[in-house]
Design a protein around this ligand. Sequence first.
Ligand code: MF3
Ligand code: CO
Ligand code: CO
Length: 274
Amino acid sequence: MTTYQTVEDGDVLLRDGTIKLHGPAAFEGMRKAGRLAAETLDALVPFVQPGVTTGQIDDLVRQMTLDGGAVPATMGYRGYEHSCCTSINQVICHGIPGDRVLKDGDIINVDVTPLLDGWHGDSSRMYLVGDVPIKARRLVDVTYECLMIGIEKAKPGARLGDIGAAIQQHAERHRYGVVREFCGHGLGRLFHDAPEVVHAARAGTGPELKPGMFFTIEPMINLGKPGMKMLDDGWTAVTRDRSLSAQFEHSIGITETGCEIFTASPLGLHRPPY
Ligand code: MF3
Ligand code: CO
Ligand code: CO
């Protein structure tokens, strides 16, 4: 059963399984947090180059986040100590920044979540490092299309499953695998809240979308099979068959007529090559 809860600014919100329906002040808060996330991802475009380490990317993300008056929500989150996730090539998600040096031909996802005035802006994009082979570029392209095709389905009256169905259909048409182990999620005052936004689903199933719902869509698409394997660090998720994986993420809010993308790039740097 799905329970909705109309929430107001100042309410203490719990992860109680209810889907929160937010008002205008919350939209304004998410707009600001989402904009900072997008500006941070924009600033990375000239920076993500061969020779740069994922630790240096993390440093830039932390600096931009703090300069913007926010804190990285990932710092201290379930023991995670970094300001972003950096997922290279066969890493599906939650790659840990460190000494790894980017090299020509890598594809990398950077996932940022500034927490600004109590609101979470969660977004990620892919970056191409130097000359990237066509097979990898096509994967990145189709993954971006999967995100946007999912977003097109996000409007009042639709079901959550319509989003996953559209994403799955597009990915599988290209013989890619949709990762099942990780989902999009409700967010707002909380980083990860109901509902779970699965990226492979049946149309017409799941909760009805209502104005005021905030959630992410963040499809992870593998060049090979959908399977995942967790590395011993407990965070890094890689493709079981070691094929390449790509991901894009936006935070959105359902409006009366459709949805608002809180994390859209102010510079129009939506998809690579930027
Ligand atoms: N930003 C990720 C998401 O899209 C969550 C990262 S949690 C971390 O939900 F701890 F791994 F950073
Ligand atoms: Co997310
Ligand atoms: Co994210």
